[in-house]
Design a protein around this ligand. Structure first.
Ligand SMILES: Nc1nc2c(ncn2[C@@H]2O[C@H](COP(=O)(O)OP(=O)(O)OP(=O)(O)O)[C@@H](O)[C@H]2O)c(=O)[nH]1
Length: 378
């Protein structure tokens, strides 16, 4: 289950505003009619007028429960209609004239707010807004459908540019085309982002593609991490090299690589320890592992629930250790979704997979077209 509802809503709200204009006149009239109150007590005609009027007065000051609910419903209707009416004003305001920046200021401001709320970084938000301004300012539109098309195309194009900024890496193809055995991959990231789970998912993916692998349990910092990996390795029937608690993680990786060489195994997957905070100890440990294991690919694992903090973590790792690609986990639990855009645009490395659940097959290749489709589907 992948949601990123908030980001989707941000774009849908904007398009809804524009779509609202295209409703036929009849529908508009119908909606306006609904604003007239239905509880018209003053006009009630009764043979016992006085009695009725007294009763009505009482009803007005203290209406029965059913009427109270009806009034509440009615108020809701009025509010909804007011909202609907405001949708019409945007297009009515700009049609037949050349669109100027000040005409779209309000809708851009609303979009800006909603994007930032969805974890889209400031820089990416500004790019989307600038692209939108460039697409519609100076245009003359006489049909709301044309405006909707202009806006949709601009949003889709911006997002495509953002998501395709970095060269994609097809992991399976990369391993197959590289004539090196074993192909070494090291995974790192702060604690709890999902490194161990991701390694199990990657092992499963390799196995499905008939690529053999061995796991190096180089997280000797957290005792349970070894057990967790051993459990996955046994379930997936994949060999594992473990180290004792507190052992040198680089030497565990070294042993795993030697084991792969002697057993003709295609790939070594190296797990590493996370820390609560990125710190100097972690960085020097990772540098040592990288120096000794000489990985072909360094994968940074980031948690989408960390929002913009994920971006900060990525910058920290970039500056201190360096990495080649990102796997973004827990996307299934991320109701916002903007972090994907921020990472894709602000990092110089590609996001290659998304973790979308806890099962072994809950790892999907990251694809711009897929993302855009989901974002703009109804
Ligand atoms: N919903 C969801 N949960 C995930 C995903 N990936 C990992 N998790 C969960 O996140 C929690 C932490 O995952 P781990 O794999 O133990 O994280 P870690 O980075 O190895 O943790 P440390 O070894 O402490 O650094 C576990 O409960 C996983 O099941 C994902 O894509 N979606």
């Amino acid at each position: 289950m992948i949601c990123f509802d908030k980001l989707k809503k941000a774009f849908n709200n904007l398009l809804d505003k524009i779509k609202g204009e295209s409703k036929p006149e009849e529908e508009k009239k119908e909606e306006t009619k609904q604003t007239a109150p239905t509880l018209q007590i003053e006009e009630a005609k009764s043979p016992r007028l006085e009695e009725t009027q007294t009763q009505q007065k009482q009803e007005i000051t203290n209406p029965p429960e059913g009427v109270q609910i009806a009034e509440k419903e009615e108020k809701k209707n009025i509010i909804t209609t007011e909202e609907k009416k405001s949708r019409f004003s945007f297009f009515d305001f700009i049609k037949y004239k050349t669109i100027k920046e000040e005409d779209i200021q309000d809708i851009l401001e609303e979009l800006r707010y909603q994007l930032l709320e969805s974890d889209v970084s400031y820089e990416v938000t500004e790019k989307i807004l600038d692209d939108l301004k460039n697409a519609i300012i100076g245009k003359k539109v006489t049909r709301s459908e044309d405006l909707e098309e202009l806006v949709t195309n601009s949003l889709k194009k911006s997002i495509e540019e953002i998501l395709t900024k970095n060269q994609r890496i097809d992991l399976i193809e990369e391993i197959r085309k590289r004539n090196k055995k074993p192909y070494v991959i090291v995974f790192f990231g702060v604690n709890g982002v999902g490194k161990t789970t991701t390694i199990a998912k990657v092992a499963y993916l390799l196995k499905k593609n008939k690529i053999s692998c061995i796991i190096s349990a180089s997280d000797t910092f957290r005792a349970a991490a070894q057990e967790q990996l051993a459990y996955h390795a046994s379930k997936l029937e994949i060999p594992i090299v473990k180290g004792k608690y507190g052992a040198d993680p680089a030497s565990v990786a070294f042993d795993a690589i030697n084991s792969a060489k002697s057993r003709n195994i295609d790939v070594v997957l190296i797990d590493t320890a996370g820390r609560m905070h990125v710190d100097e100890d972690l960085v020097s440990e990772l540098k040592r592992i990288v120096k000794i294991a000489k990985p072909d690919l360094r994968i940074l694992v980031l948690d989408s629930l960390a929002g913009n903090d994920a971006l900060e973590q990525a910058k920290y790792f970039e500056n201190n250790v360096g990495y080649d690609a990102v796997i973004l986990t827990k996307v299934d639990a991320d109701a916002k979704g903007g972090v994907i855009l921020s990472l894709a645009y602000e990092l110089n490395k590609p996001v290659i997979y998304l973790g979308v659940g806890q099962d072994y097959d809950s790892l999907i290749p990251f694809d711009a077209e897929w993302f855009i489709k989901r974002l703009f589907s109804s």
